[in-house]
Design a protein around this ligand. Structure first.
Ligand SMILES: Nc1ncnc2c1ncn2[C@@H]1O[C@H](COP(=O)(O)OP(=O)(O)O)[C@@H](O)[C@H]1O
Ligand SMILES: [Mg+2]
Length: 360
């Protein structure tokens, strides 16, 4: 099924309705805590503790549960390190080459000119939310732009820029907890479906109205790409607005937990296991459901569970339950959980002051 076919299929369904206006990554944790009889404490927005009978049994720094090590976070932040480990473990990935941002332009340009053309993706190795990524490079001018955009979006300028083979298929985010598949959503690229009369600008405005009613997607409105305002898509035509599927870029989450072929589940599990210490992973794959094939493009340690709790279509899932089940099982095995950082008031105040100074 092509992306356009999938987009056409889901746009025929009416979107999910939720009782709340604003959703958060922590909602799923709060409800799973209620179900499991745990207490959730957040003394600081960046630190969450899970308690059973007053005793700390696990925690989360930002959105990263303690089941994931700091080393795994560091590896996944640099996509080239993660890709190298995935390739070494035999996980299917796109072909990719890395170029230093300071000195690599000429070599990278030559690589593009050798024939990749529109089949090439240019991305900063520490991109987030799809920022700085160009999917498909039409000509030499576009390559320059793609390179400059990737370079400007490198948050660590010592990291390389990735030139990668463009893969066709559906964009899947699979959640793996301690090596086991939990749930998956497809993120469908921002799109509108034509009616033969309305302009792209009018279709986008109408879709943003619906999107505003979703507790998560409402944070990221669809944007009309430059020069497309007045175009009129044919009736039933799926008009893609961007090639990046991130929700930040206007993508729409659709739950596919029950539709994901077993081979793709296995690839996602194998990918998470390829990184030592990666207890909770958001595996990004580009997949063909019919053939059950897919390639892993990236691993996320800080993955927003709202993709799964507030999908536009499909059954809402709660991966936080699987994370907390692991923490409870660990406590039941008698493992005494030791906080990774001091939780005392003085230590917390010190960390907060440090952050304030950094921001100033
Ligand atoms: N090799 C690729 N082929 C096709 N699309 C890609 C490729 N790499 C990235 N993309 C698109 O860009 C999006 C963001 O890429 P990703 O590598 O996951 O970085 P980020 O950390 O910014 O999410 C993907 O979800 C996908 O839609
Ligand atoms: Mg991604």
């Amino acid at each position: 099924m092509t992306l356009e076919e999938f987009a056409a299929e889901v746009s025929r369904e009416s979107p999910n309705a939720f009782a709340i206006e604003r959703g958060s990554h922590f909602d799923g944790y709060a409800s799973a805590c209620r179900d499991l009889g745990l207490e959730l404490r957040r003394p600081d927005p960046k630190e969450t503790g899970f308690y059973r009978g007053g005793r700390l049994i696990g925690e989360m720094r930002g959105m990263v549960p303690d089941l994931t090590s700091d080393e795994a976070v560091a590896i996944c932040k640099d996509k080239t390190r993660a890709l190298d480990l995935l390739k070494a473990a035999g996980v299917p990935t796109p072909q990719s080459r890395y170029f230093p941002p300071e000195t690599g332009y000429d070599d990278a340009m030559r690589h593009w000119a050798e024939g990749q053309g529109d089949r090439l993706v240019v991305k900063p190795s520490d991109s987030y939310g799809g920022e700085g990524i160009t999917v498909g490079v039409a000509d030499a001018g576009a390559f320059r732009q793609a390179w400059d955009l990737a370079r400007a979006n490198l948050s660590d300028p010592s990291l390389p820029i990735i030139l990668e083979e463009r893969i066709d298929g559906l964009d899947v985010r699979a959640i793996i907890v301690e090596g086991r598949f939990v749930c998956a959503a497809t993120r469908v690229q921002a799109h509108v479906v034509g009616d033969g009369r309305s302009t792209v600008a009018a279709l986008v405005a109408a879709k943003n109205e619906t999107r505003r009613r979703n507790p998560y997607h409402s944070n990221y409105a669809l944007r009309v790409p430059a020069g497309q305002d007045d175009a009129i898509p044919a009736a039933g035509q799926v008009w893609l607005l961007t090639a990046r599927a991130n929700i930040h870029q206007g993508g729409e989450a659709v739950d596919v937990t029950d539709r994901l072929p077993p081979t793709l589940r296995a690839i996602a599990e194998q990918a998470a296991k390829a990184i030592p210490g990666l207890g909770v992973a958001g595996v990004d794959l580009i997949a063909e459901f019919e053939g059950g094939t897919g390639r892993v493009i990236e691993l996320n340690t800080s993955c927003n569970f709202c993709v799964h709790t507030y999908p536009i279509h499909g059954t809402p899932r709660n991966p936080a339950r699987a994370v907390l089940d692991c923490m409870v099982a660990r406590a039941n095995r008698g493992v005494l959980y030791r906080p990774r950082r001091s939780r005392g008031l003085v230590a917390r105040l010190g960390r907060r002051m440090k952050r304030l100074f950094r921001r100033a």
